[in-house]
Design a protein around this ligand. Structure first.
Ligand code: NAD
Length: 554
């Protein structure tokens, strides 16, 4: 394991890779680290110790390759120990938007003309560096957002997957052709970049989503102003270092830590921002949508928005479903990373005939979850910050009015003041109750009774969201009906509703869950391009072809 590489070491290592050859190999998902293996456990503990010595460092804005300091700062802290500073970041204000835009526009002039293979190779170099330093990045995620080892590793693995997948996808897109070649013409279809984009990620997959949206834009030839989440700014700064070490030219990505309604809003509104790639809450997504739709003075295009937002995800447990598998699936989906996934199960809709048995087994299973410091690899950790802590506790108070408490229901106090909340389950919750309708984004699950499969499907579809969902059933007919009628962007049959894999489960939601962009899928890069059709007359077309052209009115 290499914890830190100097630029020299990185260059030597990278030059030993045959990138052109790697680009031609099929994409394969990165394997997860097995932390029960002694060497891996030791490597993770070493990485935590090593990264622990780097906590509290200061990071600059990076605009056009220049490092800038600001008077205001953003302090990123460890949610398990809020007194521990993970990174101190400069705070871009609205006044930095013009500077970042100018740098990104300048870089766009050359980056958009760099051959796609070179842009794809940048992604492969970055991916190779992250793979080399995998434990180190896991440790940063553990400290900055409170992920336990497996959750941190899944985030790092997905980051590598996005880099590898989009590098290959860009090559594929570059080979696009028109479905028809007219006689006497050379017909081309080129997917060209859009321009400068604002990339605005959330804190909960602070590496994979932040890096994924950024490199999808960049590999297509766009340049980017990246405004990371205030709760996860350090991991973005570390990623910026990787891109720079991997040879990214100045100004292609401009890293501007900032407050959403200040700097974030300013780049969304900027007349030269061609597109906005956002992942986050429904409220902010809708605000961005509205703001981007307003034409600014000097704006010469319609801004494109790629918006992935919240969820209120359900798992249906049918009368004939495998109850043990369903309990496991619900427990993992609801309480993995403390319910702080957009795909997290927050509603279990259980058939009346198995309802009591399910509740009993689920209660036992959740009682086994040990809560504690993610650095010590506890199953359940803290929620991200004080605001989230108060919000989730508020919903628990509402849940006590709306349902019957099975597990948890309270905060857990620690000497370090971490934002811990016990994994909480309510049963006998009405389908229209607030805790069954509103995104809580914490370790709270509502169990709802259904009396028929029709009713279960109706309940599953009764929110404004439509992100993920799952069903446990042995009936082919019911699985097929769910495939038709369960209105979510990502549906899972007889498995949990979290853990989408790049390539296999293109990810994005319906309705108020977003624009269904399908990250990690074959259509994703199209969102970062515009298609240009070019027709060239080559020699004299045959009389028949000319007649055909005439008929078509071309
Ligand atoms: P958030 O909406 O609070 O913030 C997301 C980003 O938007 C942050 O970088 C924030 O600084 C920025 N922002 C806030 N106000 C802004 C404004 N007015 N203008 C521009 N930018 C602004 O979300 P969060 O708390 O970081 O993340 C959790 C949310 O993200 C949950 O709702 C979750 O469901 C959702 N999420 C969705 C997906 C998905 O793929 N659909 C994936 C992960 C998370």
């Amino acid at each position: 394991m290499a914890l830190e590489t100097t630029p020299d070491m990185a260059t030597t290592y990278l030059s030993s890779l045959d990138l052109a050859k790697i680009l031609q190999t099929p994409f394969v998902n990165e394997a997860f680290i097995d932390f029960s293996v002694a060497d891996n456990k030791r490597a993770m503990l070493e990485a935590l110790a090593e990264v622990g010595t780097e906590l509290g460092r200061e990071y600059d804005l990076v605009i056009g390759g220049n490092r800038l300091k600001t008077a205001g700062k953003i302090i990123s802290t460890n949610p398990a120990r809020p007194g521990q500073v993970v990174g101190i970041h400069q705070r871009a204000g609205a006044e930095h938007a013009a500077e970042a835009m100018a740098a990104a526009q300048k870089a766009f002039q050359s980056w958009s003309r760099v051959p796609v293979v070179e842009r794809a190779e940048l992604l492969l170099r970055a991916s190779a560096m992250i793979r080399e330093r995998r434990f180190e990045f896991c440790a940063w995620l553990t400290y900055e957002v409170g992920k336990n080892w497996a959750e941190a590793d899944a985030d790092v693995g997905e980051t590598i997957d996005f880099l590898e997948f989009y590098a290959r996808e860009a090559m594929r897109l570059d080979k696009a052709t028109t479905p028809i070649q007219l006689p006497g013409e050379r017909n081309q279809l080129r997917y060209i970049p859009l321009g400068v984009g604002a990339v605005i990620p959330p804190w909960n997959f602070p590496f994979a989503i932040m890096a994924g949206m950024t490199v999808a834009a960049v590999v297509c030839g766009n340049t980017v102003i990246l405004k990371p989440s205030m709760d996860a700014t350090t991991i973005a700064a570390r990623f910026m270092n990787v891109l720079e070490e991997a040879g990214m030219p100045d100004g292609v990505v401009n890293l501007c830590a900032g407050v959403g309604p200040e700097f974030g809003s300013a780049i969304v509104a900027h007349p030269q921002t061609r597109f906005i790639a956002f992942t986050g809450s429904k409220a902010v997504g809708l605000e961005i949508h509205e703001q981007a739709a307003k034409t600014q003075v000097g704006q010469i295009f319609i801004k494109r928005t790629i918006l992935e937002m919240g969820g209120k995800d359900s798992i249906i447990v049918d009368a004939d479903g495998d109850l043990d598998a369903a309990v496991e699936g619900v427990a993992a989906s609801a309480f993995g990373f403390n319910g702080q996934k957009c795909s997290a199960c927050s509603r279990a809709i259980v058939d009346a005939s198995v309802y009591e048995a399910f509740c009993e087994r689920l209660q036992e299973r959740i009682a086994e979850l040990k809560v504690g410091d993610p650095a010590a690899n506890f199953a359940a950790g803290p929620v991200i910050n004080e605001k989230a802590y108060e919000k989730v506790l508020g919903y628990i108070a509402i849940g006590k009015e709306e349902g019957v408490l099975l597990n948890g229901g309270a905060a857990i106090e620690t000497a370090e003041g971490g934002y811990y909340i016990a994994p909480t389950v309510f049963k006998d919750v009405a389908p229209t109750a607030r805790i069954a309708q509103e995104e809580i984004f914490g370790p709270v699950l509502a169990v709802i009774k259904s009396h028929s499969f029709d009713e279960a499907l109706a309940i599953a579809n009764n929110t404004e969201y439509g992100l993920t969902g799952a069903i446990y059933s042995k009936s082919r007919e019911k699985l097929d009906r769910a495939s038709e009628e369960f209105q979510v962007g990502n549906l899972y049959l007889n498995r949990k509703c979290t853990g989408a894999m790049v390539g296999a489960h293109p990810f994005g939601g319906f309705n108020m869950s977003g624009t269904d962009s399908k990250a990690g899928g074959p259509d994703y890069l199209l969102l970062f391009t515009q298609a240009k059709s070019i027709a060239e007359k080559i020699g004299r077309a045959s009389a028949k072809a000319e007649k055909q052209e005439e008929k078509m009115g071309i």
